[in-house]
Ligand binder design. Structure first.
Ligand code: ZN
Ligand code: FE
Length: 256
């Protein structure tokens, strides 16, 4: 079985598009549809035909290209059953524990409410690749537009169950500004300092900082580190629950 091919490209202001291709089956899926024209260009450059759009959530920078791409390619659109009325053109309704197969490459779907009430992630576990939309960013997490901190913390903990080497494909290049916030909470962390230097070098060279790995995120992402004594001390929450620390971290980021 050939490896799953993942083609990543920047689009819109700071989104990443992802085309997944199984060369054995000749099948291609796009994670979300941030920019229909950019996706068509990238497909054409590879000679790939779009078979599926895998939506993480309904926001325009994720599902805004659904209808145009479906009209032009006849692709099927996969999205959250719980958000069927907000996913344009949805054909295949999925929820927690369902799987999606691109040829022989399987994704497990997990529901990760918080950013929106029905956000989902696609975990290609055998391929060690997780497409997490706007739930988890490198050194950050999505804003809580429709969910509570308790929901989002539970969602993030589903992702952190994966092996540390799992590549985390998030939907935006927000890493450098997220790093500034992270450093304000754990200024003495050598892992964080090293990641921030790496990110600065990549961005100066015009390179993406995504994908990250789950191991890197567990070591540097303040939203995955409510147990950190240094972070707790900064927040004045030494004895709070992890959920309370997560909630306060999110609240501070909104004001940073
Ligand atoms: Zn979003
Ligand atoms: Fe987004």
């Amino acid at each position: 079985m050939s490896a799953l091919q993942i083609h990543q490209f920047a689009c819109l202001d700071d989104n990443y598009g992802y085309l997944l291709h199984d060369p054995d089956a000749g099948l291609t899926a796009s994670i979300d549809s941030p920019d229909a024209a950019a996706i068509e260009r990238e497909l054409a450059a590879r000679g790939w035909k779009l078979d599926y759009i895998l939506n993480t959530h309904h926001h325009a920078d994720h599902a805004g290209g659904n209808l145009a791409l479906k009209a032009r390619t006849g692709c099927s659109i996969v999205g959250a059953r719980a958000d069927a009325e907000r996913i344009p053109g949805i054909d295949v309704l999925v929820g927690e524990g369902d799987s999606f197969a691109l040829g022989k490459h399987n994704a497990r779907i997990i529901e990760t409410p918080g950013h929106t009430r029905a956000h989902i992630c696609y975990l290609f576990e055998a391929d060690r690749a997780a497409f997490v939309g706007d739930t988890l960013f490198s050194m950050g997490c999505g804003r809580l537009f429709e969910g509570t901190p308790t929901q989002m913390w539970a969602s993030l903990q589903k992702i952190t169950q994966l092996p540390d080497e799992t590549r985390i494909y998030c939907a935006h290049e927000y890493t450098q500004s997220n790093g500034r916030f992270a450093l304000s909470l754990e200024p003495d962390s050598p892992a964080l300092q090293a990641r921030i230097r790496e990110v600065a070098t990549l961005r100066a060279a015009g390179q993406p900082t995504v994908p990250s790995t789950l191991g890197t995120e567990k070591a540097t992402n303040p939203f995955l580190r409510p147990a950190s004594p240094e972070l707790r001390a900064r927040l004045g929450l030494a004895t709070a629950t992890d959920t309370e620390v997560f909630a306060e971290t999110r609240r501070r980021k909104d004001q940073f």
